[in-house]
Design a binder for this molecule. Structure first.
Ligand SMILES: [Zn+2]
Length: 369
């Protein structure tokens, strides 16, 4: 199986196409759900959309917030919903729009995860504790990614997105070897694995240059390529290609409160290094990935994530990572918690060693700054 949004638009000024996209989809009375963090300069552009009503998102993708927005949609008899902002705003727009059969258009203002193209939302309670995944069996009608807006956001968002995108190929590759069903509903087709590979190659070739450009608030071809890799290639790659050990190790890390200040893609990046150790991948590949993480500013050691390397802590991460139903079981061999503990320590060792080595010859950016 292979799933994708109907349309994906990316480039500087892409948001100017929003009105035309809505007209094409025959939505004349959309609700625009607007992240409170979006730039003040963006709001008048959204308010100027013909027939649209701008509604402020309250900050949490919770059942109560979804119901509040759904009530506004019903009251206005809206025929579409546009999410503008970060992941939680977009997930709320999906959670309101898909069950009601509305046109769903998403306009991410950051490139920190691969969620915008997917057919699911992650739901939390009002305090921000994870509740559930909601699967809609339907992808957004359009995803509009304005790189001029994304380049204005703090660079840490882009770097976290690179961390998330770094996992896509290795997890799709594991899933392809085991032929396990991906989120899209079936085992991966060649298309998903190929897009996942392109995602990895694109990030490696352009990640450092993209970081440097966004630090200066400008869009270069490298930024365009990395935003496409973070959002489109990684999104299609994970949904139809499958997840494996890196995201399960991420889930294990989130069980520790000390990692809560680290973002999804930052924890996933360390999960990728641990995946490579777990799979016994060649040393050159391990060094390629770790060196790239160091040059772009992603965590490569447990210390970078504020995690103590003692056995009890590592066992806790491993137990969550290996829970029943976790995607780590898509790896092409049985994985036990002891193997995960060993992989975490192995990854930490490679990360520390490569950092010490690279520091002798170059300045490395601060991690997650
Ligand atoms: Zn992810």
């Amino acid at each position: 199986m292979f799933a994708a949004p109907l349309r994906y638009v990316q480039g500087q000024g892409a948001l100017d196409t929003l009105g035309a996209e809505l007209a094409r989809l025959k939505s004349t009375r959309p609700v625009v759900l607007c992240d409170p963090n979006v730039l003040e300069t963006l709001r008048p552009r959204l308010e100027a959309l013909e027939g649209a009503t701008v509604v402020d998102f309250n900050g949490e993708v919770s059942p109560a917030e979804i119901e509040r927005v759904a009530a506004v949609v019903r009251e206005l008899e809206a025929d579409g919903i546009v999410g503008v902002g970060g992941g939680k705003t977009l997930d709320t727009a999906k959670a309101v729009g898909h069950p009601a059969g509305l046109v769903v258009v998403l306009a991410p203002t950051i490139a920190s995860t691969d969620a915008p193209t997917s057919s699911l939302s992650i739901i939390y309670d009002d305090d921000g504790t994870f509740l559930e995944y909601r699967l809609y069996g339907r992808n957004p009608d359009a995803v509009i990614v304005d790189t001029a807006i994304i380049a204005q956001a703090p660079v840490r968002f882009l770097v976290a997105g690179i961390g998330d995108g770094l996992s896509t190929f290795f997890e799709a590759d594991a899933s392809a070897r085991t032929n396990k069903p991906a989120l899209a509903g079936g085992p991966p087709l060649l298309a998903a694995t190929a897009l996942a590979r392109l995602c990895y190659d694109t990030l490696l070739a352009n990640g450092v240059a993209a970081r440097q450009a966004v630090e200066r608030g400008v869009v270069t071809p490298a930024v365009e390529r990395v935003v496409e890799a973070n959002t489109l290639l990684s999104g299609l790659g994970f949904e139809s290609g499958g997840l494996a050990a890196a995201h399960s190790i991420h889930n294990g890390l989130t069980a520790l409160p000390e990692t809560h200040h680290r973002w999804h893609g930052e924890k996933v990046a360390f999960g990728v290094v641990a995946l490579l150790v777990l799979e016994g991948r060649p040393q050159e590949l391990l060094e390629e990935v770790v060196d790239f993480c160091l040059k772009v500013g992603l965590p490569v050691t447990l210390g970078d994530l504020a995690v103590n390397a003692d056995r009890a802590t590592l066992a806790r991460i491993a137990a969550v990572a290996c829970a029943e139903g976790e995607t780590i079981h898509n790896e092409p061999f049985p994985v036990t918690p002891d193997m995960v503990v060993a992989a975490l320590l192995g990854a930490d060792a490679v990360g520390a060693e490569r950092r010490a080595l690279l520091r002798r010859t170059m300045d490395l950016p601060a991690v997650c700054a």
